[in-house]
Design a protein around this ligand. Structure first.
Ligand code: ZN
Ligand code: ZN
Length: 93
């Protein structure tokens, strides 16, 4: 039976997938995962762990993670630029 009633311990990080005690963050989504819910993947320079959700959806490559981050940053920059243009249109008459 899982010991969910253990009080007094330091709050351990919980696996985002199954709720067990996590051992480390996913290299892609940074969610804490346990040993059962991550897959170790050998990258170009180092070995990293991906949660099974990330490993399943995006393939076990950090390149796709970086691409996603770049797309996200581009959207943020475009949004900020759009706001700046809107402010200039409103106040710059
Ligand atoms: Zn887990
Ligand atoms: Zn993940």
């Amino acid at each position: 039976m899982p010991s969910l009633m253990s009080n007094g311990d330091a709050p351990a990080a919980r696996c985002k997938l199954c709720g067990a005690e996590a051992v480390g963050p996913c290299a892609r989504c940074r969610a804490m995962v346990c040993a059962d819910c991550c897959e170790l993947t050998a990258g170009a320079a180092t070995t990293f762990a991906l949660c099974t959700a990330c490993a399943r959806t995006g393939g076990a490559t950090l390149a796709s993670a970086w691409r996603g981050l770049l797309v996200w940053l581009a959207l943020v920059v475009l949004g900020v630029a759009g706001i700046a243009i809107a402010i200039r249109v409103v106040y710059g008459r």
